[in-house]
Design a protein around this ligand. Structure first.
Ligand SMILES: Cc1cc2nc3c(=O)[nH]c(=O)nc-3n(C[C@H](O)[C@H](O)[C@H](O)COP(=O)(O)OP(=O)(O)OC[C@H]3O[C@@H](n4cnc5c(N)ncnc54)[C@H](O)[C@@H]3O)c2cc1C
Length: 392
């Protein structure tokens, strides 16, 4: 580990690895620092990702894919399923342990120095118009000088706060999530299931994402206000007991997902935030892998340009914000508006919706149709829904 890097990336998730890869590709001297022992583990994710989303970056490798998803099912509060075959699109349930690890290998292949068991403790402005990054590496204290920090340190991000970026999130947008990786169940390994309604997951949804061989990720996210009455764990345990009593639980993980609007200003002088650290998550689905990768890629590109231009001011870095806006943050803002309407639907309204949608001929049932029906009460949002699905 050198004492000096042009760019220091904090966090070895998909956002961090893409940031390191593209910083190195642009010619910057970059290191990636990850606090855990293994990149890719522990997995805190349902691991679903659209095929189109991966293909924006790489041709998917077979080892990344646990299950090929060809259809989805939304289950209404009264148990009525809506089956939605995918037309052109297809999705995957990934092996994120392998996927994340491979992304970090790609970053190192491009020239980034990657360090694990490397916990960033604090950052300080130095008198060379940059930052000192203080860390514990394999139990020893060390400081690195850098011109630019890319904060890819996930939902618990502290880089932004330390640098003075406004990172607060409204608690009503924070979802409490819990997920079990289970085995010994019978599931369709080409279909993802999502259960909606107050009995399954109030203010959120419950997912069953197959991983092949009788295994699946089963988890849920509920709005923070519901967590007080009954815990997310209780909702999940009741579901498993009811639907998959034979399931064996192999991993348990809990976490928060910021289903908020994206952060409006995830930069300041010498610092950019990417992925979850910048609240770049689809506010309805809670999916954030693609946005983490995209924002990491943009931050790496703009960061390496900043090194060449010898300008790390927020004025230079704001190009990063416009790249994200054009690509996904504007869309996430629209999705947030749609979410505000959808979360107000009562169980009865959702049940009626399910009946109405199931009257359609099967080939006319699409995810777009489901959302359009859901917001019929507020027609002005239909345009937003259409835009949301165009290009997905
Ligand atoms: C229950 C659950 C289910 C989800 N399911 C899906 C899904 O199915 N599909 C989807 O697209 N998204 C899903 N997500 C969201 C997805 O996991 C995240 O959006 C994605 O991982 C964000 O990537 P990231 O690189 O920004 O952050 P992360 O993947 O969280 O990576 C951040 C990294 O930073 C490291 N770090 C933090 N602080 C420090 C420090 N001080 N020093 C060094 N390292 C540090 C962490 O150890 C971590 O490895 C889910 C999230 C949860 C909680």
């Amino acid at each position: 580990m050198k004492n000096n890097y042009d760019i220091v990336v904090v966090g070895g998730g998909p956002g961090g690895s893409m940031a390191a890869l593209h910083s190195a590709k642009g010619g910057a001297n970059v290191c990636l620092l990850e606090k855990t022992r293994d990149i890719g583990y522990p997995v805190r994710c349902g691991e679903a990702m659209g095929e189109w989303a991966i293909k924006q970056f790489f041709e998917p490798k077979q080892s990344w894919i646990a299950a090929d998803i060809k259809r989805s099912r939304i289950v209404a509060p009264n148990g009525i399923p809506i089956d939605i075959p995918f037309n052109k699109e297809q999705a995957y349930v990934l092996n994120r342990r392998v996927f994340d690890y491979d992304l970090s290998l790609m970053a190192s292949k491009e020239g980034a120095d990657v360090f694990t068991k490397c916990y960033v403790k604090s950052i300080d402005r130095n008198d060379e118009n940059g930052y000192d990054v203080h860390l514990d590496y394999l139990g020893e204290h060390k400081s690195i000088k850098t011109k630019l920090i890319i904060g890819a340190d996930g939902i618990e991000s502290r880089i932004g706060r330390w640098a003075g970026i406004k990172t607060q999130i409204n608690m009503r947008d924070m979802e409490s999530c819990i997920q079990y990786s289970v085995g010994n169940i019978e599931v369709d390994s080409n279909r993802i299931d999502m259960y909606v309604g107050d009995n399954w997951a109030p203010g959120g949804y419950l997912w069953v994402f197959p991983k092949g061989d009788g295994a699946a990720n089963i988890g849920l996210g509920i709005g923070s206000k519901y967590n007080r009455k009954k815990s997310a764990k209780k909702y999940l345990d009741e579901f498993i007991e009811n639907k998959y009593p034979e399931a064996t639980i192999h991993t348990t993980m809990c976490g928060g997902v910021p289903c908020s609007k994206p952060m409006a200003h995830p930069i300041c002088d010498n610092v950019m935030l990417v992925g979850d650290a910048a609240h770049f998550i689809n506010p309805i689905t809670g999916g954030g892998i693609a946005a983490a990768m995209k924002s990491g890629m943009f931050a790496g590109q703009v960061g390496s340009e900043a090194i060449i231009a010898n300008d790390y001011s927020q004025n230079f870095l704001k190009k990063y914000i416009s790249l994200c806006q054009k690509d996904f943050t504007k869309r996430h803002e629209k999705i947030y508006k749609v979410k505000e309407t959808i979360t107000k639907l009562t169980d009865d309204e959702m049940n009626q919706m399910a009946l109405k949608i199931n009257e359609l001929p099967p080939h006319k049932i699409t995810l777009g149709k489901v959302f359009t029906t859901a917001i019929m009460k507020k027609p002005s949002l239909i345009i937003d829904v259409m835009k949301m699905f165009a290009g997905f």
